[in-house]
Design a protein around this ligand. Structure first.
Ligand code: ATP
Ligand code: MG
Length: 523
């Protein structure tokens, strides 16, 4: 047989070490590694019988479930490519992703029925549909493992993962077996995941964080993973205590909702050791609320294209630097792009240091290189080429790296506002706005301005039942920010455009803001 060290072999490899250890928990049922290996091999047999071959795409649409993992492992065993789809999208968006990926199989959970109906007609490439539930179970029970598994190379694609679409139309990053394996090694070097881990899989599995941050590392170590279908805050807080959960990964919005929930003070978090989070900026008070509960809180910074980890805070530093993303991962190189040249990031003299001021060097666009960084986007050769400079992936993010190598995320390059020649980072202004208890959410974008080139426009969502006026917001801004950073326009809205993980879609806000500056307003 040809060599196959791909992700699809993990259940069987783990079953050699700890066959009776629990791999998956769902409701009151659990599956050992021996059972997981057997079931995924049978499902692979079923897929092979349906004509699935090496390189074919197998899509999954549905909430996090045991069947999600079983579908992925089965596809991977055959060298097929898993395509996790975001169930929060609309019908036409799902149709676009099925067509874009050229998926031939679609496994879907029952809750996806309405969404699939809205996605009709499905692209012709979709030949096989397997609804999770009885049909999925029959496919497992009635099939035998494939007679022959093909060789799978570490460079072979394992998943097509669509980016969040924060800056435009989602594109599928092609992540190989090697990319995800190296990311797993990187996570394990930073996070203490053990064979008795009981991880709650809250982050959706159609994002790289859901798959890469805790889940795959836990499978490698032989711990158990409990997929969570729905983000019900009270229920999750209760479940952590009941199931003696030891770790989970989340986005900041989730951490905030949890620590603001009425059940939070009474929740039993005594089993919880590690909470890893990332994906968007966190408010310091949210980080503090979790640190105060005695958990190891580790912020990660990464992106779909990096499988996803690039930086992660070691637990020791979190109390001192609660909003830092820490240091680069073990097998990760970072650099910065300054005036078109690739330069080393840490310790370089930036304007702030030249002026003798303390704090991190001036932010620059972060470049990343490593065995976990993808090769390119699916079917977008031009976009893929632009994504790299001298072999480094351009993250599009501005990071400030201190002399000790610890970094903070400043903002995205494209979101930076240049007002009267000064750089204004929307994320910084938003963080100041969010210090006000009355403000539930804030989004700041640039608008063209005759006098300053660009000025800021802040969209503010007031907390339910709270009351605040423009004058009070301005007083707070003036007390905490340089004048040139203060948005010219303050707009109160009932809701901000955000994507599934709570990231503000500034593209949409920019389109709205373009209408704010009436010519006569620009004096
Ligand atoms: P798209 O690429 O489609 O526009 P996206 O970049 O939001 O969407 P993801 O790959 O899910 O898609 O997110 C990665 C991005 O999230 C990073 O490039 C960065 O801008 C942001 N990000 C990740 N981690 C953090 C963090 N800890 N703090 C602040 N921002 C973060
Ligand atoms: Mg991106």
């Amino acid at each position: 047989t040809a060599a196959n060290f791909g992700l699809g072999t993990w259940p069987a490899r783990r079953a050699r070490i700890s066959p009776q250890a629990v791999a998956l928990v769902e409701g009151d049922r659990s599956r050992t590694y021996a059972v997981l290996a057997d079931r995924t091999a049978r499902l692979a047999g079923h897929l092979a019988a349906q004509g699935v071959r090496h390189g074919d795409r197998v899509a999954y649409l549905g909430v996090n479930a045991a069947s999600t993992f079983e579908t992925f492992f089965a596809a991977w065993l055959l060298g097929a490519i898993a395509v996790p789809l975001n169930f929060r999208l609309s019908g036409p968006e799902i149709r676009y992703m099925l067509a874009d990926s050229g998926s031939s199989v679609l496994v879907h959970s029952p809750d996806a029925d309405a969404l699939l109906a809205a996605a009709e007609p499905l692209p012709e490439t979709v030949r096989v549909r397997i609804p999770a539930g009885p049909a999925f179970e029959a496919a497992v029970a009635d099939s035998a493992p494939p007679e022959r598994v093909p060789g799978v190379a570490m460079e072979d694609p394992a998943v097509l993962l669509y980016t969040s679409g924060t800056t435009g139309r989602p594109k599928a990053a092609v992540l190989s077996h090697g990319n995800l394996t190296w990311n797993t090694v990187n996570q394990l070097a930073h996070i203490d995941i053990r064979p008795d881990e009981r991880a709650l899989c809250i982050s959706p599995l159609f994002h790289a964080t859901g798959l890469g941050q805790i889940t795959l590392p836990t499978f490698l170590k032989g711990g158990s993973v409990e997929p969570v279908a729905k983000f019900d805050v009270g229920e999750i807080l209760r479940r952590i205590g009941e199931a003696r959960i030891t770790s989970f990964s989340a986005v900041p919005t989730m951490l905030q909702m949890m620590c603001e929930h009425p059940y939070w003070p009474a929740a039993d978090l005594s089993s919880l050791v590690t909470v890893v989070y990332g994906g968007s900026p966190v408010q310091e008070r949210v980080a503090r609320a979790w640190l105060d509960r005695g958990v190891r809180l580790q912020q990660g910074y990464g992106m779909t294209e990096a499988s996803p980890g690039v930086y992660m805070a070691p637990p020791e530093g979190a109390t001192e630097h609660p909003v830092s993303v820490g240091v680069p991962h073990f097998f990760t190189d970072v650099a910065m792009l300054r005036d078109g040249s690739v330069v080393a990031p840490a310790g370089e003299p930036g304007p702030a240091e030249q002026a003798g001021a303390p704090g991190p060097a001036a932010p620059g666009e972060l470049l990343v290189r490593g065995p976990h960084v993808f090769q390119g986007y699916w079917d977008r050769p031009g976009v893929s080429d632009e994504a790299f400079v001298d072999g480094w992936f351009r993250t599009g993010d501005l990071l400030a790296v201190g002399a000790d190598g610890w970094a903070t995320v400043t903002d995205r390059v494209k979101d930076m506002i240049i007002s009267g020649g000064e750089n204004v980072y929307p994320a910084e202004v938003e963080a100041v706005l969010l210090q006000l208890d009355e403000i539930a959410n804030a989004g700041v974008v640039g608008v063209a301005d005759a006098r300053w080139g660009e000025v800021g426009a802040a969209y503010l969502q007031v907390r339910e039942g709270a009351d605040i006026d423009e004058a009070a917001v301005r007083t707070h801004l003036e007390a905490n920010l340089a004048r040139y950073k203060i948005p010219k326009y303050l707009v109160f809205v009932t809701e901000l455009p955000a994507n599934a993980t709570g990231k503000i879609r500034r593209v949409e806000l920019r389109a709205r803001a373009a209408g704010l500056a009436a010519p006569e307003g620009n004096l």
